[in-house]
Write a protein that binds this ligand. Structure first.
Ligand code: BGC
Length: 990
């Protein structure tokens, strides 16, 4: 039937790998075969070794292991270690790699991981801050830069991006993620993976990425780090899993599991999450690394009695690599010998690790990422410019009264005040990799660099903030008593035209283990602010922060407020760019700022509850002492110009099932300067099979407009964005009423409504009666060439109607062999049932065996005019028995018929044992395949035209037990060729 390049599909045999080991020749290109051949050489001890990760002993991010360095070295030499973290410099990684390459039997190179969270040397804004830019390209670029600086220091794997949706400002690690929204976080996840990994993991300037922490970590109860997570299945699927699925689809090389217990099961020992969802349902082929010591921590959780049991649980649950936990190395071999961990699971884990190493090119050159010469090529100066640019794009203007900003030429005397004003360290933030201490441009320096000579800048610190040791592991002390600097600060402010106050958080107030029950301006900062306010009310408050802060007083009293997060190396210059109007602020909050910490967790995409509002009584879902909404909501941020939104309109108030409509709005810059607005699209599903949030972000667009300029913005709404994980435990769009909102933040929005129509059955055949219903079907008949020779699959048969039967509500297509020829049947719906778009569902039982193969497929009805493959071909399923239990979905287009990217092979264990439901959803945008409602493949090329996506015209259906042939495998075996393909029903809905 089709023409699949055989070598691509079937590369088996005695293939070995390239590498330093002479036993491993360089004869193949195919990664899976290479992995298999290495695996076949490995002893159990060597396999376990690949699943062990050691710390390089610097930069501890958890309790240190008991093992001394000598023992570690010996284990590395003996091939008992697969990767290391925190080994920094090209020389050091080369040295460590040498231990493996010169001593171990198989010489399987190590990977070197490190927490490169927001830059390696050049520091970018902390991820929460960077997300405020909503600039995906810039976020991809900062990851690309971080990757380059990392490889120049021997690091080839980052434990980033952190894509834990988090809605609790008390949680210190909220700084590391992208805030409260799953859609925005998913977009950032993809951008970051692309930035770190590039198009080719083997490129020496890219590094492997890690999506972490899988999963639930950001939902720690009460915002307390490492705390228990209580989350229902609905929220888990709709809110926490989507960013991980997006990262998995984007090809993230590794995933890190999480410290937390999720509904009674530690994430590290969670089989459903790791094995069934991540590796099963999503079909992701990378490996899972544990979090630091999270395997033995299952003992403290009360989930394993000792390290050995912890290892058993973790490996069986799908945690592939043990980060500095010592559990796998001490117990896995024994567990396999005792039959408590299967060799199949070990092999799967090792295969995953090897696969990533092959893709990184480590087997071609284990020292590829230990190239000290690369250092000279790193354009650090350019990187600082990029850091400045993304930093200024990340500053959110919350308030700007009295037209204080941008600073006017009439301001001749500026007081720069506050403990963070000349702090060159806090902007570097936590999780700073090799960002040098005190290396940021401070607010004061930035202002001095930007202000004209005629502007006087006077600085007074006012008070110290973080005092004593400031480091990743140690608690931070905050000054609450020493007010000795207040006097000078007040004096300085008194004389000034305007005061810039820099307040917020020390770098070590946010980050791992830095949860707080208070999120205001800690220490003496609030007091200092109020004292200064008494003498000068022209205050611009610049917040340096890693989390949303409680700033209610400031918001009521201080005329101008900007959130500058911890912006990295160029912080002060970026802040000055905004203060002096060199950059017109465009950032929007990725997380709600509360009125009071007691509102946390606080997020815009809440449920409505049964008692959303009541103007008179207390009996509704609210607080008696504070409003319930955010002080500054998700998506909020001002500009120096004004934007006016015209009326929001929809192309239709009804959307067909599988269809699409457009929401459009005209945006006008009504102010005096050019500005950029992030236009946001939200939807609400009004009535659904499970309750839905009052609003959900579904799209956004950055629009830059000159003064007076207008632009029409269109958003496409299709079923894809209406889907959610519903009562059927499936991602479905449910018919009914929806609201659409468009605006510049999640609160101030215009609203329109539409309804999604039910899908309709347009064709159905349950094969009742005694004969094939000829209103629906045609027989295709013929024998030998030319009729059957076109497809190049060694076919030797004919199709005849007597091989098609209707019996007991089933359609049966039989196959027989006579002489050296095979005979079977084929039917189609040409000229009878042809349709464009919709969902085709077929319930069928597949025969075992090989040689012939059953197929459910479709051809464009223009095939007689334009030929094949211009007509397009959609193979809903073809089952090639010689690859046991493997189903194919294939698409043929003129641009790429027969290429592997259009063919997805999905292993489905036991596929021939029972009836299965095969489905294909087809729209203008994508063709998606499912088996028993599990998605197996999506085809949606970026560019869609007649060459790449010839699927925008009617198609007809075909069913057959396909022509004899073997796809390049062994010849047809007479005894086991498939004899009966049974179809229960065919149904098409639209
Ligand atoms: C953190 C991870 C980090 C790891 C390695 C852990 O404490 O939770 O996010 O990647 O340490 O440093």
């Amino acid at each position: 039937m089709k023409n699949i390049p055989l070598m691509v599909l079937f590369l088996f045999g005695s293939l070995m790998v390239t590498g330093q080991n002479s036993e491993i020749p360089s004869s193949v290109k195919n990664v899976e075969s290479k992995v298999d051949s290495v695996l076949s050489l490995m002893t159990l001890e060597e396999k376990v070794g690949q699943l062990v990760q050691y710390n390089g002993s610097w930069d501890l991010t958890g309790p240190a292991s008991e093992m001394n360095n000598k023992e570690k070295e010996d284990n590395i030499k003996n091939g008992r270690v697969g990767s290391m973290l925190n080994v920094l410099s090209a020389e050091a990684t080369a040295e460590a790699q040498k231990l493996v390459m010169e001593n171990s039997r198989l010489k399987i190179p190590m990977m070197f991981g490190y927490d490169v969270i927001h830059g390696y040397k050049t520091m970018f804004p902390v991820p929460l801050g960077e997300t405020a830019s909503w600039d995906l390209e810039a976020m991809e670029e900062s990851a690309r830069i971080a990757a380059l600086e990392s490889v120049a220091e021997g690091v080839n794997w980052t434990f980033s991006p952190m894509i834990d949706v988090s809605r609790d400002a008390r949680w210190g690690r909220i700084m590391e993620g992208s805030g409260e929204d799953p859609y925005l976080t998913s977009q950032v996840a993809v951008a970051k993976v692309k930035g770190y990994q590039g198009n080719d993991l083997a490129d020496e300037k890219t590094i492997a990425a890690t999506a972490k922490h899988f999963v639930g970590y950001g939902f720690a109860e009460a915002g307390r780090d490492y705390n228990t997570v209580h989350i229902g299945e609905n929220e888990l699927h709709n809110t926490l899993l989507p960013p991980f699925e997006a990262a998995a689809k984007a090809g993230v090389a590794t995933v890190m599991n999480a410290f937390n217990d999720i509904d009674g099961t530690p994430a590290t020992g969670h089989k459903v999450l790791q094995r069934d969802i991540l590796k099963g349902k999503w079909d992701w082929d990378g490996f899972v690394v544990s979090d630091w010591g999270s395997i033995p921590e299952m003992i403290e959780h009360g989930f394993a009695k000792d390290k050995k049991q912890a290892a058993q649980i973790a490996l069986n649950a799908g945690s592939d690599m043990d980060m500095e936990g010592g559990a796998y190395e001490s117990s896995l071999e024994e567990l396999v010998e005792e039959g408590k961990v299967s060799m199949k699971h070990i092999d799967d884990a090792v295969r995953r690790v090897l696969r990533v190493k092959f893709k990184m090119g480590l087997f071609d050159d284990p020292y590829r990422y230990s190239n000290a010469d690369l250092q000279k090529e790193v354009p650090y100066e350019e990187h600082r410019q990029a850091a400045r640019d993304i930093a200024r794009k990340s500053i959110v203007l919350l308030k700007n009264e009295k037209e204080l900003l941008p600073l006017k030429p009439s301001v001749k005397n500026i007081a720069v005040i506050g403990p963070l004003a000349d702090d060159k360290d806090s902007p570097i933030g936590n999780w700073r990799a090799q960002g040098e201490a005190n290396s940021a441009i401070s607010v004061l320096e930035g202002i001095k660099n930007a202000a004209g000579k005629d502007v006087k800048i006077n600085y007074a610190k006012g008070a110290d903030h973080g005092i004593g040791e400031r480091s990743f592991l140690m608690p931070l002390k905050i000054n609450t008593t020493d007010r000795s600097g207040f006097k000078k600060a007040i004096k300085t402010a008194e004389k000034a035209d305007l005061v810039v106050m820099a307040l917020g958080e020390d770098a070590f107030q946010a980050g791992e283990g830095r949860s707080q029950v208070n999120i205001g301006l800690a220490g003496l900062q609030q007091e200092l602010l109020e004292e200064i306010y008494k003498v000068n009310q022209n205050i611009v408050l610049v917040l340096i922060n890693g989390r949303p802060l409680e700033i209610t007083w400031a918001s009521e009293n201080i005329p101008a407020i900007a959130v500058a997060w911890q912006l990295g190396s160029e912080s002060g210059n970026a802040i000055a760019d905004v203060l002096f109007g060199k950059y017109n602020p465009s950032a929007k909050l990725p997380v709600s700022f509360p009125r009071a910490v007691g509102q946390e967790p606080l997020y815009y995409n809440q449920k409505n509850t049964g008692r959303p509002s009541n103007d008179e009584h207390v009996t509704y879902s609210a607080y008696t002492d504070e409003k319930k909404d955010a002080l500054y909501p998700f998506g909020f941020g001002l500009s120096y110009t004004d934007f006016e939104y015209g009326d929001l309109s929809l192309s239709s108030e009804e959307m067909e099932a599988g269809g699409r409509i457009q929401a459009s709005v005209e945006l006008t810059n009504t102010g005096d300067v050019e500005g950029k607005e992030i236009v946001q699209l939200y939807i609400r599903d009004l009535v659904a099979s499970t309750t839905r949030p009052v609003k959900e972000l579904k799209g956004f667009e950055a629009v830059t407009l000159a003064p007076g300029e207008s632009k029409r913005i269109d958003f496409t709404i299709d079923e894809e964005i209406l889907k959610f994980y519903n009562v059927n435990k499936k991602w479905e769009a449910e018919a009914g009423d929806f609201e659409v909102f468009v605006g510049g933040n999640s609160r101030d929005l215009q609203k329109v409504g539409f309804s999604l129509k039910e899908s309709k059955v347009i064709f159905e055949d349950h094969f009742e009666g005694e004969e094939l219903n000829m209103e629906n079907w045609n027989y295709e008949e013929g024998d030998g060439c030319p009729n059957l020779c076109g497809w190049g699959n060694n076919e030797r048969q004919g199709y005849y109607r007597e091989f098609v039967k209707v019996e007991d509500g089933k359609l049966i297509i039989k196959a027989v062999k006579e002489g050296d020829k095979y005979f079977s049947g084929k039917i189609n719906t040409k000229d009878k049932v042809e349709f464009k778009y919709g969902s085709v569902e077929v319930r069928a039982k597949l025969p075992d065996g090989h040689g012939l193969w059953p197929a459910i497929w479709m051809l464009g009805n223009n095939i007689d005019e334009v030929g094949w493959p211009a007509s397009g071909e959609i193979d809903i399923m073809e089952y090639v028995g010689r690859q046991p239990d493997t189903l194919h979905n294939a698409l043929h287009t003129p641009a790429s018929h027969g290429e592997t990217e259009n063919i997805k092979s999905t292993p489905v264990p036991g596929i021939t044992e029972d009836f299965q439901v095969f489905r294909m959803d087809w729209s203008e945008d994508a063709i998606e395949f499912f088996i028993n409602d599990e998605k197996t493949y999506t085809f949606s090329p970026e560019v869609k035209n007649d060459e790449t996506y010839p699927y925008n015209h009617p198609f007809y259906l075909l069913l057959n037990l396909a022509v004899g042939g073997n796809f390049g495998g062994p010849d047809v075996d007479d005894s086991i060729f498939p004899k009966e393909f049974i179809i229960d029903y065919v149904k098409v809905t639209k």
